[in-house]
Design a protein around this ligand. Structure first.
Ligand code: FE2
Length: 282
């Protein structure tokens, strides 16, 4: 199965919405324009095979249940745009629904109680969004709480218990592997068998010598090590990857670079899936 090839919609990449490699879009819920329909972006010139709505603040790692109001709003955007799926992150952005909002997600403590809370909240969201599919993304983090579980096991058990889809952010695995000294290939190899359905994110970050960390800044071209890891991730999840998206939020490239990355993303997927006759561009 060839995954749909997409970008996370930004004003700066509307210039490539006619690209022949592109057949999917991801709408970041917190950035969705008003009116929200994707045809506003593309001038009603074409349909896309796959549209997904990506939230930032569902906060499935909070001890409270997810906000019904937030889920309703995400679902409204999804339905208005003909989306087939929704997603958010494995993390928490606030301590409770009426509590302190951090503005960005942090990794949950990797413990059995946190796993129970996450699974309960994911199941609530899945039931709310059904029959649309729901995916949870592995995040990049700059600090970790103490815990008793390895992240790969935490995610694997969450996937097993809930049946939620895995939004595999390839760059986040690479960043965490670099920053916390583990093998990103082994991480993907361990989690992949537990995922029934997969989406992916690809982005380019950079290594910041001052903080001695690889930062998932969505600010650079996708580098070769992440293309290689992407190919491996497609191989490990062969036949069950619904869609792959490029994320870019800073230092926006020229049109040619957008198109070259989309083409390469499609060519690698075609190569792994054995579709078409492709030669991967360098
Ligand atoms: Fe991502």
């Amino acid at each position: 199965m060839l995954p749909a090839i997409g970008v996370a919609i930004r004003r700066e990449n509307r210039i490539v919405f006619d690209d022949e490699s592109l057949n999917a879009l991801e709408i970041t819920f917190e950035r969705a324009d008003d009116p929200l329909r994707t045809y506003r972006y593309i001038g009603e010139t074409r349909d896309f095979d796959y549209v997904s709505v990506h939230g930032l603040k569902l906060s499935v790692g909070s001890p409270d249940e997810p906000s019904k109001h937030y889920m309703d709003m995400m679902l409204d955007v999804a339905q208005e745009n003909g989306a087939v799926s929704l997603s958010d992150h494995l993390g928490f952005t606030r301590d409770s629904n009426q509590g302190t909002e951090m503005g960005h997600f942090a990794l949950v403590p990797l413990t059995e109680p946190a796993l129970d809370v996450v699974c309960r909240n994911v199941e609530i969201a899945m039931a709310h969004f059904a029959p649309l599919h729901f995916f949870i993304e592995n995040i990049a983090y700059v600090c970790k709480f103490g815990g008793t579980l390895e992240e790969a096991d935490f995610i694997s058990r969450m996937l097993d218990r809930t049946g939620v889809g895995w939004l595999l952010d390839v760059t986040n695995v690479y960043a965490n592997g670099t920053n916390y000294n583990y093998d990103p290939y082994e991480f993907i190899r361990r989690v992949a068998p537990h995922a029934s359905r997969v989406q992916m994110h690809l982005a380019g970050g950079y290594f910041d010598k001052e903080v001695d960390m690889y930062l998932d800044s969505h600010s650079h071209p996708i580098p070769d090590p992440i293309w290689d890891l992407y190919k491996f991730a497609i191989e490990q999840n062969k036949g069950k990857v619904d869609c792959v998206f490029i994320e870019r939020d800073q230092n926006f490239p020229e049109e040619a670079e957008w198109r070259a990355e989309l083409k390469k993303m499609r060519q690698i997927a075609e190569q792994v899936e054995g579709v078409g006759s492709v030669e991967v561009s360098q």
